[in-house]
Design a protein. Structure first.
Length: 69
């Protein structure tokens, strides 16, 4: 999901999505290690979404606007 789509969601939805993504990435990481899963790109996409969510949370915490000021 793109950052703009995540920003449109409220804080509770983003927090819930972050927990779900962390759980899914943990499971997928183990599946990839045991060669049960073959889709490496899905893991990369999940990690990027987690980074986006954490960045948005940090921006809100610090109180920055979209321009970074």
């Amino acid at each position: 999901m793109k950052a703009k789509e995540w920003i449109e969601k409220n804080t509770e939805e983003r927090a819930k999505a972050l927990v779900e993504l962390l759980d899914k990435t943990r499971k997928l990481r183990f599946d990839l290690a045991t060669r049960e899963a073959k889709n490496h790109t899905e893991y990369r996409k999940m990690k990027k979404d987690i980074a986006r969510l954490k960045t948005i949370a940090r921006i809100e915490e610090v109180g920055l606007d979209e321009t970074g000021k």
